[in-house]
Design a protein around this ligand. Structure first.
Ligand SMILES: [Zn+2]
Length: 356
């Protein structure tokens, strides 16, 4: 057993770099007939050890697929959370990644799920689905649905339909406005599949005249400028804005791009004249203090810890890159109000954001 755990740990480190995931994003798993080992919720891929993985009883997990969940989202997620906790084997502590049932639903031994900007330039684009059919014809495209249980059930059905048509399960699952799942029975398969996806997409971006390096930051503001902004934000939000990560201005573009962007950077940034009144007005309208603040001279990640502030800025920058790349496929497609609302109110995700 140790061997597959060592292998998935290696893969987690390989695909846990900035190029593939940000913060606690992405998750990995390996499995045998009876057990699924999956990344714990609120951890980072790069920090995983073989003993970090949460072992889940696959027979117990399968009860989830047959359950009749309550209609209301909150009650449904509560039921799923309980059933998932029950499936965790006593020898491993921790809370399994919310995507554990999705990992379990794929037959291959190893599954590596990430959110590379190159992939999201496709999955978050207006013409993403058509382009995917052309560029990655063997990939399974899954239209956006709420993550967690709903996503898992939709993917299960989609895999059955794919298999009925092509006689094999997909090695690549593209999740609209989210990222990619890559499955394989060997680490070599996982690596080759990822390399194939990245090279096809890079060629498409090159042909369209866009690239990951296109988003550039202007000169950083002075410390004196930052000090003034920090005072204004602290005045409006106190502890919530205690830490600030600063970058020279870049073209952030705004709006909810994917679940991870919403979790770490919120759906919308604050833009415009920075005053305590304007900041409070933003919070009154949106229901949250902004995590990303844009001024004439800077983009700032804001949070209650240095880490949260840094992550917000990182995700804002990643969102800018995704938006730039999406131009190759007709431009960015944001999540709808009800789609982003589900994420904003999701207990599981707020747990994850707190852990990281
Ligand atoms: Zn994800």
């Amino acid at each position: 057993m140790m061997e597959i755990l060592n292998t998935i740990t290696e893969l987690s480190h390989e695909f846990g770099t900035e190029e593939y995931v940000k913060a606690g994003g992405g998750n990995t798993s390996c499995k045998n007939e009876s057990t699924l080992w999956v990344k714990p919720s609120g951890t980072t891929l790069s920090g995983l050890k073989p003993e970090s993985f949460v072992a889940m009883d696959r027979a117990m997990l399968s009860r989830l697929y047959a359950a009749r969940p309550p209609e209301a989202a909150a009650e449904r997620e509560e039921m799923v959370k309980t059933m998932m906790a029950d499936a965790v084997k006593p020898e491993t502590a921790g809370r399994a990644s919310v995507e554990a049932p999705l990992h379990d639903s794929i037959s291959a031994r190893y599954v590596v799920h990430t959110h590379p900007a190159e992939v999201n330039g496709l999955t978050c684009a207006v013409g993403g689905q058509e382009a995917a059919a052309r560029l990655l014809p063997d990939a399974l495209w899954v239209p956006y649905v709420d993550p967690g249980y709903t996503l898992c059930m939709v993917v299960r059905e989609a895999i059955v339909a794919y298999k009925a048509e092509r006689r094999v399960e997909p090695a690549v699952i593209l999740l609209e406005n989210h990222g990619v799942f890559v499955a394989g029975d060997t680490p070599e398969e996982i690596r080759a599949t990822y390399a194939g996806i990245m090279s096809v997409l890079r060629a498409a971006y090159k042909a369209a005249g866009v690239g990951v390096g296109d988003v550039v930051c202007a000169d950083a503001p002075t410390d004196a400028e930052v000090a003034v902004w920090k005072r204004i934000m602290a005045d409006a939000f106190g502890e919530e804005a205690a830490f600030v990560a600063v970058s020279g201005r870049f073209d952030i573009g705004c709006g909810p791009i994917s679940p991870d962007h919403i979790v770490y950077a919120k759906s919308y940034p604050f833009e415009g004249v920075l005053s305590a009144d304007n900041l409070r007005a933003f919070k009154a309208l949106r229901g949250y203090a902004p995590r990303v603040v844009e001024t004439e001279r800077a983009v700032m990640g804001v949070g209650s810890s240095a880490k949260n502030a840094k992550l917000a800025l990182e995700l804002a920058f990643d969102g800018a890159v995704v938006r730039r790349l999406a131009k190759a496929f007709g431009g960015i497609k944001y999540l709808s109000d009800s789609q982003r609302g589900f994420i904003e109110n999701w207990e599981v995700e707020s747990y994850r954001a707190k852990q990281v």
